[in-house]
Design a protein around this ligand. Structure first.
Ligand SMILES: [Zn+2]
Length: 324
């Protein structure tokens, strides 16, 4: 068994400011943390700092809650609270925290992150950490079996009823690609008039880290666009989805097939879209017990219930994690 050292949970709160970042889209320049908040001594010329010197403290609104240092540095983990997104998540070296920040190294009680291509330090603070009751933290979601790579990947091609947005990023495990294709075919058979489903990123060939995605490493995660009404349904990009443009019947047709296949571990979906699909499914006569097993809604968007869970960045597509 691997020797692990656990740093105690102690942290200070940080500033707020930056806008939440979506999973796949870089934030607009106006939402960047002002550069003036960062180390002012940076402009002074001089010899390169010795490698042992600690980088400056990060200005990002992050709180380090705990570190778990493993013998194999790549297996070390840091539990970090994102003050802006209100998420608490476990990160390993190489994991993106935001679009502009990646975990570089996890040490006892501190983490070196690369933010805008510069190293910055995030240390466990001195005041007790506050975790708000509405933080997103799904302890039941941690999947230690999730692979970082994919030896046996196969590529999903576009087919009758679906469009693969970027074939180079549509590599999955044979089981995931098979199950996904079955669901997409069932969607197309149900109503040949239905617009094509837009399938986004799965994994790169061979898998591995795939920024800005936190997952999508082992060929079991798939991003899928909601089916929209009218001509929007044919736009080959993910579009913010709400009651004004969602086609609930067609979107539910696909989501229901995926859920009924029992091949799906989790679906990440915006809470408002959950509400719309829940109402549609209920109207279709789906039983209360079944709805309860499938949906987090209406228990609140932080509730650890249901296969379908709210997660930031999923208001223009949903994310399917296939079970092994
Ligand atoms: Zn995703």
């Amino acid at each position: 068994m691997r020797a692990l050292a656990l740093a105690v949970i102690l942290a200070a709160s940080a500033c707020d400011g930056a806008a939440p970042t979506a999973e796949a889209a870089p934030p607009p320049a106006s939402s960047e943390t002002p550069a003036a908040a960062e180390s002012p001594s940076e402009s002074a010329p001089g010899p390169p700092a010795p490698a042992t010197q600690e980088p400056p403290a990060t200005s990002l609104p992050l709180v380090l809650l705990a570190t778990l240092v493993a013998d194999d540095a790549s297996a070390s983990k840091a539990m970090i609270r994102d003050e802006t997104a209100k998420t608490v998540m476990s990160y390993r070296p190489g994991d993106p925290i935001r679009n502009d920040a990646i975990v570089a190294r996890v040490l006892a009680g501190k983490v070196v992150i690369v933010h805008d291509e510069r190293e910055e330090l995030l240390a466990v603070g001195v005041a007790p950490a506050e975790i708000a009751p509405d933080d997103v933290f799904y302890p039941d979601l941690i999947d230690d079996d999730l692979s970082d790579t994919m030896a046996d990947g196969v590529q999903l091609q576009s087919g009758q009823g679906w469009l693969v947005k970027t074939p180079a990023f549509a590599w999955g495990t044979p089981r995931t690609v098979h199950r996904l294709r079955e669901a997409l075919r069932a969607y197309a058979r149900r109503d040949p008039e239905s617009p094509d489903i837009h399938v986004g990123d799965i994994s790169k060939a061979g898998g591995g880290p795939f920024p800005p995605h936190l997952s999508h490493r082992g060929g079991r995660d798939v991003d899928i666009g909601y089916v929209l009404q009218g001509r929007l349904a044919h736009e080959p990009r993910f579009i913010h989805t709400d009651a004004s443009n969602l086609d609930p019947a067609r979107t539910w047709a696909l989501v229901q097939v995926l859920l009924e296949s029992r091949a799906v571990a989790w679906i990440f979906m915006d809470y408002e879209v959950q509400r719309l699909l829940f109402a549609h499914a209920k109207g279709q006569g789906i039983s209360a017990d079944q709805l309860d097993a499938w949906f987090q809604y209406p228990s609140g968007n932080r509730a650890t219930r249901g296969i379908i869970r709210d997660w930031r960045g999923h208001d223009d597509h949903f994310h399917v994690r296939f079970a092994e």
